[in-house]
Structure formats: structure tokens, C-alpha cells
Design a protein around this ligand. Structure first.
Ligand code: MG
Length: 384
């Protein structure tokens, strides 16, 4: 595509508070890129949240990197090639730092959106997805009042809405009792626990070390959880391998799976039985498809994880979740259920399923009125 100009837009959205082991998130600054090409516009949504957590960068970091490195580099490389750049070339422009991968994912999405619109092809078609709809999973955070009844109410609401599974956030001190209560009230629910790396395994080596609390997770074995996600710190694959021998509940990795290379290593070491794959963190839709393929050939179940996206990126994640290796429901609930405004829109979730978009492009362009209402700043980069 011949790039004429690139806009960086920042939206300020309200987020229904979600608490996990990484703290509370209750606002959603959203960085969005619009690429203007000779053949039309393309939109890309950045996954980064309000602040850095679990190895992921803050939205402000990616915004700064886009403006100082990403867009200038993309535009200058395009100019060196008659002004044109293909979305497949974007990931190679940047290094392997977490913020660079998230930036690459945003720029790849914007250019790919423009390309698919020009070709008249939907993202699902481009990915080769055959399913018309995918299963939606929900998330239940740690209740602010730390009351089991509050958790049961939010799990019940998700189950009533037809969610095909519920992922419950846990942390040391909020694990066995609430999960046991959920299992007692919802005996047939597909239930996962997500610890965001909050537990520790291994001997105490010094006064600053956290207690060896991961062994207690063996108590979850009789709750028939689909998996416990990221029990230990992201960088410690060896400890996950060790924990797999101590507990029967399958271990899922999320924060550890920072790039396709990280996925490859985790699979080689046998560190997980389930993979939570997030295109924004992995470096984009192509990187996510590569990670999916690695998991599928290793026989490791996978699901698409989320960052409280607006409808553009969440719709893209839904299309991705149509790939055959994504055998578990993804974080694909409607953005309207957690964001104050969704500038892009999302298909209705019916009986725990969401239909994949068939319109050309990665997703819908934003609604101009909603866009004007939530945009707090815009910066334009002309390609000349
Ligand atoms: Mg997680």
C-alpha cells in the first residue's frame, strides 16, 4: 500500500474495574493508529493497558514509541520502496522488546486492514477460518469486597449470559475457598483459574524471597479446573515444568508466551499443557497464527486471550479464534460489557457464541460520533 499519512489517536475509555494479582484496572486509555493509503484507510488497535503489568508495556509507552520510532521508520522504509509497504514487512522493522512487539502488532493491523479492504477480503477469509462463529469465554476478577458471594454473582451473570467458560482471577489468599464455592454452585461450568504469576515455587534462598506457596495449589486438583493459568513468574519456565509434576490441574501459560520464540521454548521444555495466546503481545496477527500453529503441532490446547479490547481488536481476536487449534473459548465477551464506549462496535453475543465478521478488512472503522466523543488527542504524520 502507498502510505500517504498516519494518525495516532488516543481514546480515554471507562473500564468496569477488574482486579487480579497484577492490581486493579479501571480505566482504558486506548491507542489507535489510522493509516491513510492511496487505496483507502486502515485501522489498528493497540493492546497496551493503562500501566505496565506482567511484562506488557503501558499504553503511554507504546504511544511514545509509535510517534518517535515506529511511524517515522515505517514511513521512511515505505519511501525507500516507492512509498509502498506491505503489512507482512512491518514485524521485521522492529526489535524484540515487548513494547516494540505491541507497536508492530498495531501497525500490522492498520496496514492489513487497508489491504484487506482493498482486496474485498474479511480477516476470517484471509486467515482461512471455516467456522462462522466462535465460543465466548468470560472473566471474573477478584471482587473488591473480597466476598465469595460477590464472585458467585459475577460468575452466575457470566454463566447466565451463556459464557462457555469462566476464568477466575486468583492470588495467594484468594484461591481455594472462592474456587471451591464456584465449583459447588456451578458443577458443570468450564472453569479456569488465572494467577498472573503470583505464586512461588522453590526453596527460600534469602530474607526477601516470597514463601514457597505454589505447592498449596495441589489443593485445587479436585475442582476439575480446565487449567490454572500462569501460576509462577513469566520468566521461570523451569519452575512451571517442576510444578507440572506436583499438581494434576493442567498448567496454562500466558505472560510467559511473549513471542512465537517464547512459545516454541515453552513447548520444547514441556512447561504448559494449555496456551493463552494474545496477538497484541506476540507481535501481531501473523505472529499469533505462527504461535497457534506451534501449539497445534505440539498437541497443546490454546485459547485467545484479551486485553479489554475495543471492538476492532476483539473482533480480530474472534476471527483468529476460528483457527482449528483454538480448542478452548477465548476472551471474546462484548466490549460493551466492560468499556464505557466502544468506538468500533462488536457483533452480538448470542448463547455464548459470537459470529465472525464477513465484511472486508480486519474490522469495522470507528463510528465518527463515538470517535469524536472519546478521542483525547490526535497526532498526524505526513509521508512526504
Ligand atoms: Mg492471564
Amino acid at each position: 500500500m502507498r502510505i500517504d499519512a498516519v494518525d495516532v489517536l488516543v481514546f480515554e475509555l471507562g473500564l468496569a474495574p477488574v482486579e487480579g494479582a497484577l492490581g486493579v484496572f479501571d480505566r482504558r486509555p486506548l491507542v489507535v493508529v489510522r493509516v491513510m493509503t492511496a487505496d483507502g484507510d486502515g485501522w489498528g488497535e493497540c493492546g497496551a493497558l493503562e500501566r505496565a503489568a506482567g511484562g506488557d508495556p503501558a499504553a503511554s509507552t507504546v504511544e511514545h514509541l509509535l510517534e518517535t520510532v515506529g511511524i517515522p521508520r515505517m514511513v521512511s522504509v515505505a519511501q525507500a520502496r516507492d512509498g509502498t509497504l506491505d503489512s507482512s514487512a512491518v514485524p521485521q522493522l522492529f526489535g524484540g522488546h515487548a513494547a516494540e512487539r505491541m507497536m508492530a502488532a498495531t501497525l500490522e493491523m492498520a496496514l492489513l486492514d487497508a489491504e484487506l479492504r482493498a482486496l474485498g477480503v474479511s480477516l476470517g477469509e484471509w486467515l482461512g477460518v471455516a467456522r462462522p462463529e466462535v465460543a465466548v469465554g468470560a472473566l471474573a476478577g477478584i471482587p473488591t469486597d473480597r466476598e465469595v458471594d460477590s464472585l458467585l454473582a459475577s460468575v452466575g451473570a457470566a454463566a447466565d449470559a451463556g459464557s462457555r467458560r469462566v476464568r477466575v482471577k486468583i492470588a495467594p489468599g484468594w484461591d481455594l475457598v472462592p474456587l471451591r464455592a464456584v465449583r459447588r454452585h456451578f458443577p458443570d461450568l468450564a472453569l479456569q483459574a488465572d494467577a498472573n504469576g503470583a505464586y512461588r515455587l522453590g526453596p527460600k534462598t534469602g530474607p526477601m524471597e516470597r514463601p514457597d506457596d505454589a505447592r498449596r495449589l495441589v489443593a485445587l486438583d479436585d475442582l476439575a479446573l480446565t487449567c490454572i493459568e500462569q501460576p509462577l513468574p513469566a520468566a521461570d519456565l523451569a519452575a512451571h515444568v517442576e510444578l507440572r509434576e506436583l499438581i494434576e490441574t493442567p498448567i496454562a501459560l500466558d505472560e510467559s508466551l511473549a513471542s512465537p520464540r517464547h512459545v516454541e521454548l515453552a513447548l520444547r521444555y514441556g512447561a504448559c499443557e494449555v496456551a493463552c495466546l494474545k496477538p497484541a503481545r506476540l507481535g501481531g496477527l501473523r505472529a499469533a497464527r505462527r504461535a497457534h500453529d506451534l501449539c497445534a503441532s505440539a498437541g497443546v490446547a490454546a485459547f485467545v486471550g484479551g486485553y479489554f479490547e475495543a471492538g476492532l481488536a476483539r473482533g480480530a481476536n474472534a476471527a483468529l479464534a476460528g483457527l482449528p487449534g483454538f480448542t478452548l473459548p477465548g476472551d471474546l465477551s462484548a466490549p460493551a460489557s466492560y468499556l464505557s464506549v466502544d468506538p468500533f462496535g462488536y457483533p452480538p453475543v448470542v448463547d455464548g457464541l459470537v459470529a465472525l465478521r464477513t465484511e472486508p478488512g480486519v474490522g469495522p472503522a470507528p463510528d465518527p460520533e463515538r470517535l469524536a466523543a472519546c478521542t483525547v488527542r490526535t497526532r498526524r504524520f505526513e509521508a512526504r
